[in-house]
Structures are given as C-alpha cells and as structure tokens.
Design a protein around this ligand. Structure first.
Ligand SMILES: Cc1cc2nc3c(=O)[nH]c(=O)nc-3n(C[C@H](O)[C@H](O)[C@H](O)COP(=O)(O)OP(=O)(O)OC[C@H]3O[C@@H](n4cnc5c(N)ncnc54)[C@H](O)[C@@H]3O)c2cc1C
Length: 511
C-alpha cells in the first residue's frame, strides 16, 4: 500500500547522491517532504562553534538549490524536534519518518530516542537506515571488517530522479522558511571574521564532488608523506573530512571512486606512467583511513559512555592538575611553545589542522600541561570544522593514552618543527611574534627563549616525566591487564592477516 505522506528528516546528511533514506522514502511514498530542523539544542551545545554552523548553513544552501532547481524545497524550521513534529502533525498527518542512523553524542542520542517514543505514540513508522560502515548493535567485533567491506562494495546509490514527489503540503505554509530566504550564520547568532570566511572550507555536496575529483586526479600524488606536515596537509590531504562529517558525501562513494581510480592507475602503470605506482600507494593509504574512520566511530556506537569516561576505566584514576591558566593558554595559543601556538591559531582561523598536529595538541595538553582529555573535548571540537564525535572522542582518548591498548606517545612540539616545518614557514605564518626570528632561534626557543614571544609556560621534559610516572603507576595496579584485555576485545582493531607478536605498550616514547 502506498504511503500518502512521509518526512525525510535531514540530519548530518546534506546530499542527494548515495542517500538511502531519501531514496527509500521516494520509492515507498506518494509525497516526501525533506525537512531540516534547526535545533536550539545544537546551536547552544557546548561543543558547537561558528565553524559547525557554517557547515550546516553552507550545506543546506546547496541542497536547497538542488531541490529548487526541480521547483521543490527543503522545509527548514527552527525549533526543538518533538515540538516541530507535533506542530506539523497537527496541521497535516504524515505516516512515516525516514532518517539516517546518527552516531552522535548523548544529546542527539536522547533526541532520537524521544523521536522513537513520539512516533510509537502516534503510530508513525520511524525508519532509520545506515549510511556508513558503522553497525548498530554489533555483536561480533571479529566480523566487523568483513561486514564493512561488504557495505563499502555495495553500489553507492545514484541521486533520485523523482524529486517531483517532494511537495510541501499547503497546510504547513507559514511554518517553514520561505523559498527565497536562506539560513544565515548571523541570524543564528554566529559570526566568522573576514579572514575565517576566506580560509574555512566550503561544505556542500557540490564542493565535496570538486574536492574529491581534485584529490583523485591532481593532489593525491603528494598524499603519502604530505599529510604529516601542517604546511602541506592542506593540499596533500584529501580534505574530505568535512564532507564526510556533515554527510555531503559518503565514505562508500569515496571508497568506490578511489577503487575505480586505482584500477585506472594499474593500466597507466602497465603503459609506463612513472607516477602511477606512487599514486596507487597514496590512494591505498587513503583507503585505509576510510576504514579507520568507521572503526573509530564504531567505538562510540558500541560504548556511548566514552563521551564521559575513559574507555579503559583504570584511567579514570589518572590524576590531572587541570590548571585553568594552562587551559586558557592552550585554548588561545599562548603556551610559549611555537608549534602548539601555531596550530591552535591556525585552527582558530581555518578550522583545520592535520592529524599529527591534532595528536600533538592533545598530547601537549594532557601530558605536558596535565589537563584531562575531558577538559580538552569541547574546546577542541569547536576548532574542527570536521567535528565528528566518534573520531574525535576516540582519538582524543587514544592520544591522551587512556584507551591503554596502544603505545603511549608523548609528542615534542620542538621535534615537530624540526621534522615537519624546519624552515618555520608554518610557525611564522601563524605566530606573528616570531616572524623576525631565524628558524634556529625558533627551534631553540624552548631552551633559550627569544625576545618578544611568551617563554615556555612549563618545563616540558619534567612535566612529561611526571605524567609518565602517574600513567605507568596506573598500569602497575592489580587487575590492569585484565581490564586492558577487555578493552581490546571490545574495541581493538583486528588485522586481516596476523602480524608478529609485539608488545602493546612501550615504556618511553617521544614523537
Ligand atoms: C585528537 C584528534 C581529533 C580528531 N578529530 C577528528 C574529527 O572530529 N573529525 C575527523 O574527521 N577527523 C578527526 N581526526 C582525524 C584526522 O585528524 C582528520 O580526519 C584529518 O586530519 C582530516 O583531514 P583529511 O580529510 O585531509 O584526511 P585524510 O588523510 O585525507 O583522510 C581521509 C579521511 O579518513 C578519515 N581519517 C583520517 N585519519 C583518521 C584517523 N586517524 N582516525 C579516523 N578517521 C580518520 C577522515 O574522515 C578523513 O577525511 C582527529 C584526530 C585527532 C588526533
């Protein structure tokens, strides 16, 4: 029996291509209304920043343009989800809601549970479909990789061709934003400076497509090696994280396009293309990261309490000093460590820094400034335009060392300059106080502070030593091994081919 009216509830999935929820809704229903609810709880959440609201407004604008080209529109309503649904339902009844599963924080999880209850109460079908290789109620961790591969190899869906079914009922007129009115950042109480506007990535299905193409055909050659430096990662990295985080494309689309490009490269290699081999290696590394992505998000799905507690409960006893002065210096890029300050200031303007520097910022905050990862969570999330709770929390905990199944890595910000910015171009770009100084002086600042820039706010080596002692104190406690084994069983990555046995945690590591 055909369904007269349904809602496609847009969350972090602003796209037409590979959209299982919209595609299925259009197959099963006569009329489907794409609905985006601008929730006050999102706008006021402690982890939300102008970068995130920019992502939403940008992506929504692009999606609406696509519907408007077909003389349709997304119904955009500002309000809490339940009261919005209630209001719409009162004016005209609908029978189904389609949405994608969202692996988010407690706030969005609670909201989704409330929607399930509301739907039950109203006898409305709430259909939630997966859009990534993250599995709800995963029982066998060992099978995850195979399930993931199967999902990634299932053909990505084309954009629906029957958007003529997306008519907003006349009874809802006045409740949603008029066609000509776009959602503006300023109207929502957020602002980006002129410089931020220039530097922040566009987040839309159109931009995702362009970024993906430029990566797969032009920029990707420099990927391997290029993503370690904060200078080169801006172009050598795929820069697809914002698109994956806000759903302007899917991992599956990227996976399949990359595989197709790798096949093309095989032919080019056989024909003697000198770069084809390097290209393939880069793209294979990229594919592994797409796997990591879902692997880490799966952790949050399987253990939502990790938003509040260390995955390895033994580290709940790890002592931090949580000095508010240190937290403020970390947040504002005023620590007196050039690479740390450069990365924070870069993030404040661009909303992006590469993986290695994010790891260093976490390590510096936790191991050197003795700030708990819990204190870094929201300030850090605000700085990333690509904020994705599952990756963010997993990486934050991993770099802080509180998962306890990986090597404890303590980063030296000075070594990062030597290894990844030896001419101090990146540091000088973001720390104006250091522009007059030579690379040697900047690298030596930790030992011999230069004039005109803050001296290091803590003695790093001593502070790290102290934290290492506290950390290994926890590891020596009775029962620790059992707890770590349990964490591995639930969350550890499984290799396809077994590797030689290796110690899980080394005593001293400085990166
Ligand atoms: C403390 C910390 C917090 C982080 N928070 C986020 C976050 O909120 N959102 C986010 O997308 N990434 C996060 N990352 C991972 C990583 O830094 C970014 O994904 C990457 O820098 C994005 O750039 P790119 O798209 O050019 O990545 P590429 O190197 O081109 O990688 C391709 C994609 O793979 C995924 N990916 C890459 N590295 C990782 C990784 N280590 N773990 C999981 N997935 C990965 C991302 O989706 C990325 O877009 C975090 C890392 C750390 C250390």
């Amino acid at each position: 029996m055909s369904i007269p009216l349904a809602i496609y509830w847009i969350k972090r999935d602003f796209r037409l291509h590979d959209n299982p929820a919209l595609t299925q809704a259009l197959q099963e229903c006569d009329n489907v209304v794409p609905l985006y609810i601008l929730e006050p709880s999102f706008l006021t959440a402690p982890e939300t920043s102008a970068f995130h609201v920019h992502a939403v407004t940008d992506a929504l604008h692009d999606l609406r343009k696509k519907f408007q080209k077909q003389k349709k529109d997304v119904a955009v309503i500002r309000g809490a989800v339940i009261s919005t649904l209630e209001l719409l339902y009162k004016k005209k009844k609908f029978q189904k809601i389609y949405a994608h599963e969202e692996i988010g924080v407690e706030r969005t999880f609670a909201r989704d549970r409330a929607v399930i209850d509301w739907c039950k109460h109203k006898n409305i079908d709430f259909i939630e479909l997966p859009q990534t290789g993250v599995f709800r109620r995963l029982t066998d961790r060992n099978k995850r990789h195979l399930d993931w591969k199967k999902f990634m190899l299932t053909a990505a869906l084309p954009a629906p061709t029957n958007l003529e079914k997306c008519t907003i009922p006349k009874e809802w007129k006045g409740l949603y934003l008029p066609k000509r009115k776009s959602v503006k950042l300023d109207d929502l109480g957020f602002k980006l400076t002129a410089e931020q506007k220039k530097q922040v990535q566009s987040v839309s299905e159109t931009a995702a497509h362009k970024t993906m193409n430029s990566f797969l055909t032009e920029r990707g050659l420099a990927y391997r090696g290029g993503i370690s430096s904060p200078l080169t990662a801006f172009t050598a990295g795929s820069r697809m994280s914002v698109h994956l985080a806000w759903g302007t494309t899917t991992g599956r689309t990227l996976y399949q396009k990359t595989q197709a490009r790798i096949e093309e490269l095989k032919i080019l290699k056989a024909a003697g293309d000198p770069n084809a081999g390097k290209w393939s290696m880069s793209l294979r590394s990229f594919l592994s990261r797409l796997h990591w992505r879902d692997h880490f998000i799966q952790r949050l799905e399987s253990d939502p309490s990790m938003e509040f507690r260390a995955l390895n409960p033994a580290y709940e006893d790890l002592e931090y000093d949580n000095n508010p002065k240190f937290l403020e210096a970390w947040k504002t890029g005023q620590t007196g460590y050039p690479m740390v300050d450069a990365c924070i200031r870069c993030l404040q303007t661009t909303g992006f820094v590469n993986f290695r520097m994010r790891a260093m910022l976490t390590s510096f905050g936790c191991h050197t400034l003795h700030l708990s990862w819990k204190l870094l969570d929201h300030p850090m999330a605000k700085l990333y335009t690509d904020y994705e709770p599952g990756i963010h929390l997993s990486q934050l905990q991993m770099q802080a060392g509180v998962v306890g199944i990986n090597t404890l890595r303590i980063y030296s910000p000075t070594k990062q300059i030597i290894d990844h910015d030896p001419d101090t171009i990146f540091v000088k770009q973001w720390v104006a106080e250091l522009r007059k100084h030579t690379p040697e002086d900047i690298i030596g600042h930790e030992e011999n502070p230069v004039k005109g820039y803050a001296p290091p706010m803590v003695e790093r080596k001593e502070a790290n030593k102290e934290m290492r002692q506290r950390y290994f104190g926890i590891r020596k406690k009775e029962g620790y091994r059992k707890i770590a084994a349990k964490v591995y069983e639930k969350h550890g990555s499984r290799r396809m081919k077994p590797k030689k046995k290796k110690k899980t945690v080394s005593k001293k590591t400085t990166s």
